[in-house]
Every structure is written in C-alpha cells, then in structure tokens.
Design a protein around this ligand. Sequence first.
Ligand code: COA
Length: 353
Amino acid sequence: MQHTDDLFNPMHRFVDTACLRAAYLQYEESRNPGAQNFVTLPEGGMELGIVSSEDPRIARAISSLLTRSLEGARCDKGGHLPPEVVTRVQRDIISPEGVSTLWGIAGHRFVLARRHDVHTHEILATILVGRSKDTIFFFTGRYNNLRYSTIAEDVDFDQPDQDNSAHKWFDRFAFPSPERFKPDRFHHIANFVVSPEHRSGGLASLFLRSIVRYYSRDVLDSNGYPIIHSQYLLCGRGLWQIGDPPWLARMKKLGFYRRWGAESFFIEHNWAPLPVVVMQGKQIDNVAYNRMYDMPTCYGIDQIPHASNEHLLERIPEVMRLALDPRAKLQYFQAMFDFMPDVEKGDRHDDME
Ligand SMILES: CC(C)(COP(=O)(O)OP(=O)(O)OC[C@H]1O[C@@H](n2cnc3c(N)ncnc32)[C@H](O)[C@@H]1OP(=O)(O)O)[C@@H](O)C(=O)NCCC(=O)NCCS
C-alpha cells in the first residue's frame, strides 16, 4: 500500500500522454463507435474523458489531486473538518486503491487534462459521476454503491451501533426518509476537485459545462448535436450532490441549487460524541456550526426555492428544529444541477439506466 505522504507530491498530476490515452474507456454500444474515445476541447490544448482508474498511475494522479485538495478542509488549516476525519478519508477512501476499487466501479471517472509537453498531460480536474441513476456512492460510513431502488431491503435501519444492541447505528443521524432520499433520475456525483494550482480560473465551470455539452444524452439529442466520442452518455436529468456544508456556496456559483429540506444531521449521544471542531483557535458548538452554514436562516420567509419537483418541503420544519438542537450538527446538504434547466418538469421520457 502506498504511503499517504507521497500523495502530497504535486508532480503526480503529470501523467504520460500514452498512459492517459490508454485509460480512456470505450462504450461498446456507442452511437458513434468509430469516434475517438475522449473529447478534444476547443479551449487551449484541453481534453475531457472518462478514464478507467485501474492503471495505478492514473489512480495515483487522481488520488493525489483529491488528497491534496482535502488537506485544505482540515479545521486546523482553515477548513471545517476535524483533522482525524480528513486523515481517515485520505487513508481509506481516496487512496489510489480507494479510487480504483471503492466507488470507481460504480461511477464514471471524468478527468479534464491539458497537454503539458510532447510526452505529458497534466490532470487539471476530476469528478466521479454515477453510471446508473440508481447509484448512491455512500450512505453513512457503512454502505457504498447502494442501489436506491432497493435501499429499504439492502439497508438494515435497525442495526446495532456496535455490540450494545441498545444503541442503534442510525440513531447517530437524521436523514430524509429512504423513500425520498434521492431525487429521481439524477446522477450522484463525488470527488469534484480542481487542482489547487488552477483554482479560480474558470476550470470547474468549463469542466461541468463540457460534460453537459458532450455527454448528456438529452442535451445532445434535443439540440441535434453530433456525438463526437465513443464513450458512455449520461442519460439522467442532471447531477446530484450530497455535500459538506461549506461547499454549497461554491456549488451554487457553478449552477447547483439546494434541494430544500434534504439536509442530514449528525445526532450526538453520550455514547456517540462527535469529534471536536476548532476553528481559528475556538471550539465551535453544534448550533454555532449550523448557523455558520445558514441554518436555519436559509429557510426564512424571504427565501424562495429553485423550481424543482424534488424538494422535500414537508421536512423543512424538522430541519429547522434540528438546526437549533444542541445535539444536532449539520452533516450534509443536498444540491442538484439540471442538464436542461428550461425543460418542463414531467416532460421528460423515462428509462431505466
Ligand atoms: C470548488 C472547485 C471545484 C471550484 O473550482 P474552480 O476552477 O476554482 O472554480 P471556477 O474558477 O470555475 O469558479 C466558478 C465559480 O465558483 C466560485 N468559487 C470557486 N471556488 C470557490 C470557493 N472556494 N468559495 C466560493 N466560491 C468559489 C468562483 O468565484 C466562480 O464564481 P463566479 O463565476 O461568480 O466568479 C475548487 O475550488 C475545488 O476543487 N475545491 C476543493 C474541493 C471542493 O470543494 N469541491 C466541491 C465539492 S465536491
């Protein structure tokens, strides 16, 4: 197993062009099987594609990007997460092994890359997009790659926390109900990161725009755009994120909107204390933490939800109550991004995958 320290080396973002090109996947049933299996963007030397993360050099490049980015989320480095949580995620979830085996199997691993020199490309950004619209990449630390359609059967909501059956695992969380946990026909996303060297240059925006333009089946078909690659298409309505509280502001700038009433909270118990969050030398209690991320003010009477039939409006009173409960700490918001924002809801054709 690779030592985590090595992943902090920014040079890992440079990969052999031959290795990158070999990693691009081809979809056997592509509507344009003769086309190249990545997209050359009109923007200066950039390309976009879905890669296999089986090649250890590709997995390492992606893992290194995610590891370096997550470091900035440590609360002792200006972020919002306890350092021990960051270290655990770096070690167990976004390691090269994690990238290739944990969620890699259920998601399309997109990368945005730019030619660096005659032999080398630089990986600029990555995002993981659920292959099936039915996939949920994670559901508490105990479930990965769940199928949403069978969540009620596959998840044991009554499981003990540990050996003591008086304490239940799911008592640690307050979630939307399983029946409405995920919006219909949206692709789950995770690991959305632009290389720290290239932030605020419009790359995230270009990356998302290009995925929509070249990979969303509905966008291609409704605009009569030719399919210029031989990779998979995304056949859902849009992207769906379960995100950490500070991310919402940046995701909104990129065109995402809050799914109202879909927030989840950690619930603290004397048998399940939460790790302490210290920001700028000060310990932050749960209500103060919630307030930092606009809870419950985001549901003030002056606020209006983005048009969508996927909000959980009936849950908002409960979310507002939780935001003021000293035992409850905001865990995640949910956000959505429509591939075709102007299309009437309910006007879309259905399909299974
Ligand atoms: C979020 C992230 C992907 C944005 O990438 P980027 O290439 O810097 O973004 P862009 O330059 O395309 O900026 C798009 C918009 O987002 C805004 N933005 C970017 N980073 C932001 C941040 N940290 N906080 C608030 N807004 C931000 C930009 O100001 C810009 O808004 P504008 O169009 O009004 O000027 C990048 O900062 C990142 O990788 N962050 C760490 C990981 C992360 O937070 N991922 C998101 C959740 S998975």
